[in-house]
Design a protein around this ligand. Structure first.
Ligand code: ADP
Ligand code: MG
Length: 692
């Protein structure tokens, strides 16, 4: 009924020079172009306007959303206690007051005495007796019929009212050519409801429907929509994958001298999981189409070595490899670790980051362009236009979810013309199976599900902030035994300045409390060269305690560090805590993580801390995280798959995901006509950006 409700809350816009958008353009902004787009613009929720209450019944009920209708018996603007429009509606049984605190002059005339008004809102007993504040309303004639189905409420955009959407959608519903993209046999076999029937029901549900099942998206009509949507997503990701395959890549089949020497020189044996993953990568690299593999492994599971072995294979085949990391610290870690293994074997490694001086950058670019650089390690700087590879065969992207799609794609375009390099993406954020299947349907996934031997599990304690002194004493004892300690300062999301302040204070506090310890401080405001100096001092064991903000979140590897204190642990997310904790437990000594919290704890915060105490398994923690947070925040910059889902809920709809995936594979193999039909309906223009 918001039909006649003027947009009261928003002040009128000042006139602007640019032409106002036409309605079509406004719709287009919502992704609504074709009739089918409108048809698939499904309601977010519904309003029940099918029932009407008498004034008396309404006054007795109160508290909930109600609809009433009556004649205006009084309409006046009052000034006490503040300026407001007060309209009294009456019927045979009683009266209810409508109160508007913001209103236009036109409303005063619209609701003149004697007019008939149908109003819908929450009824309360207030200053004027039974009243509705800011109800939605419309002027009606006596005997105007009530709607016979629930009134849909759509996601709308700027300048697009519900009324406009309803009108456009119902004409699209009348006009569109109805067909089911899936055959009747398939629909029955999958236990689904008919497409047209489902859509129509969702736009105009009968009043006796169980509303809960609509809101919860569990009604069979919703099941059908969700299934179709997931199927479209699977189909388009798989197709994007196929089109990338079709571009071709250079096969890198040789496992040669370098690979062998590398393995021989390793001071340890690969774990079985590393062996398995390496075999998968090796067989991908032999192919003449590009590898598109995601390498998942918990922090400390040994992904870097595997990546380095892949790089060695590219080099053995006379090609270059590039490794890109999201931050300079991470890139530097890789550089150090990989250089340690590969440089002695004669591999030419080039370092390229944004902070290099112009001269140095130019020198690096020259080496990359003439092919002397066999392995290039760096940050975003690698994807600058000025960087031209002579023979790029393999791209490795660490912490891939931290990069945007576009950034990863531009590195891919640096191979020889017409081909794309093999790609290995790494992630320490374990992604539960359902998520991996939907978001990464275009990638092969390898998992390192085993930690190198000899690691002692990290013991985690959850400790009240009040016992800080004990914690400091523990840090002191550890430092005296020659162990190294991380002290992570609280996350203060609202203010970076405040976060810095806290870190500095903590540093001062610890320096005073532990005068015989060497303490360092790293935070995000430091220049990367400064950060580097401190990190290196810590790595060389010249510092015993490192006070840090979350800059140490990923990738730092100091095996001698075995105690970690995290302050205000209740402010961190689960995966962040897990990542942080992964900085200890990298050596052979027993490690401890102390989670300091300030009570009282909310329910979710408590759950998070308990999960951390009980589990060190990244996948288990990820599952819990997904439960607590939902998938939205989970995947960071991985937009492509996400943008394709509007209705399905990955956590709840696991059963549909599996079904959709199986059907997608089957259709792609046997029934391309259906694939076309289905994608056209569901994707429209949205598939384009997956094609790249
Ligand atoms: P990730 O990148 O997965 O977090 P790293 O590759 O940094 O893990 O490995 C963590 C540590 O474990 C490194 O010090 C590395 O040298 C060591 N490491 C890797 N693989 C093994 C193995 N198979 N046996 C023993 N140590 C290993
Ligand atoms: Mg790593």
């Amino acid at each position: 009924m918001s039909t006649a409700t003027p947009n009261l809350a928003k002040p009128r816009k000042p006139p602007t020079a640019s032409k106002p958008l036409r309605l079509e353009e406004k719709f287009a902004k919502l992704g609504l172009r074709t009739d089918m787009d409108f048809v698939l613009h499904l309601p977010m929720r519904y309003e029940d306007e099918t029932e009407m209450m008498t004034m008396r019944a309404a006054s007795m009920r109160g508290g909930s959303l109600l609809q009433i209708e009556g004649e205006v018996s009084q309409c006046e603007v009052q000034y006490r206690p503040r300026r407001q429009l007060v309209v009294t509606l009456s019927d045979d049984t009683g009266q209810v007051v409508l109160r508007f605190l913001n209103f236009y002059g036109s409303q005063v005339t619209q609701m003149a005495v004697g007019m008939r008004v149908r109003a819908r809102g929450e009824l309360r007993h207030g200053f004027f007796g039974a009243e509705m504040v800011h109800p939605s309303y419309k002027i009606v004639n006596l005997g105007a019929p009530l709607p016979t189905s629930l009134t849909p409420v759509y996601h709308a955009g700027e300048g697009v009212s519900q009324a406009m959407l309803r009108k456009a959608i119902s004409s699209a519903l009348a006009r569109v050519k109805w067909f089911d993209s899936l055959s009747p046999e398939l629909v029955t076999q999958l236990g689904l409801k008919d497409f047209a029937e489902s859509v129509k029901l969702l736009h105009n549900p009968p009043p006796d429907i169980e509303q809960f099942s609509l809101l919860e998206h569990s009604h069979p009509a919703w099941e059908r929509m969700k299934f179709d949507e997931l199927l479209a997503q699977q189909l388009s990701l798989k197709r994007a994958q196929a089109s990338r395959r079709a571009k071709g890549a250079t096969a890198l089949p040789v496992v040669g001298e370098l690979c062998n020497a590398f393995l021989l020189n390793l001071p340890f044996q690969l774990t079985r999981a590393q062996e398995r993953v390496l075999a998968e990568i090796r067989s991908d690299l032999k192919q003449v189409f590009p590898m598109q593999r995601l390498l998942q492994g918990d922090v400390g599971s040994g992904k870097t070595i595997v990546a380095a072995l892949a790089a060695a294979q590219a080099i053995d085949n006379g090609y270059q490899a590039a490794l890109m990391a999201p931050t300079e610290i991470l890139a530097e870690q890789h550089f150090r670790k990989i250089a340690q293994c590969l440089a002695p074997l004669g591999v030419k490694i080039t370092w390229l980051t944004g902070s290099l001086k112009k001269k140095e950058k130019e020198a690096a670019n020259t080496l990359i362009a003439n092919g002397e650089a066999q392995l290039v390690i760096g940050t975003h700087a690698l994807i600058q236009d000025s960087v031209q590879f002579a023979k790029l065969g393999l791209v490795i992207v660490d912490e891939q979810h931290r990069f945007g799609v576009a950034q990863r794609l531009s590195l891919r375009n640096k191979a020889e013309t017409g081909k794309i390099p093999h790609q290995l993406m790494m992630s320490a954020t374990p992604i539960p199976r359902t998520l991996a299947m939907t978001y990464y349907a275009d990638l092969e996934v390898s998992v390192i599900d085993e930690l190198p031997p000899g690691r002692t599990p990290i013991a985690t304690r959850v400790i009240d902030q009040n016992r800080r002194d004990e914690v400091i004493a523990r840090v002191h004892a550890a430092a005296r035994e020659g162990k190294q300690v991380y002290w992570v300062c609280p996350l203060i999301e609202e203010s970076e300045a405040l976060q810095l302040q806290t870190a500095t204070d903590t540093y001062a506090m610890l320096s005073e409390a532990l005068p015989d310890c060497r303490i360092g401080l790293v935070h995000g405001r430091l220049k990367s060269a400064e950060k580097q100096i401190i990190m290196e001092a810590f790595i060389r064991n010249e510092l015993q305690v490192l006070v840090a903000t979350t800059v140490i979140e990923v990738g730092v590897d100091v095996p001698n560090a075995s105690l970690m204190v995290i302050e205000h642990a209740e402010r961190f997310g689960l995966s962040q805590l897990h990542q942080l904790r992964g900085r200890v437990g990298r050596g052979s000594q027993a490690s401890v993580c102390l989670l300091l919290y300030q009570g009282p704890l909310g329910g979710t915060a408590k759950q998070r801390l308990l999960t951390m105490r009980e589990s060190t398994d990244g996948f288990e923690i990820a599952r819990k995280d997904l439960q607590l947070r939902g998938p939205g925040e989970f995947l960071g910059a991985r937009q492509s798959g996400e943008a394709l889902l509007r209705f399905a809920d990955l956590e709840r709809d696991t059963h549909l995901v599996e079904k959709a995936r199986n059907l997608a594979l089957e259709l792609l193999a046997n029934d391309l006509a259906t694939v076309e039909l289905h994608l056209q309906r569901w994707m429209g223009q949205r598939e384009e950006f997956l094609r790249v």
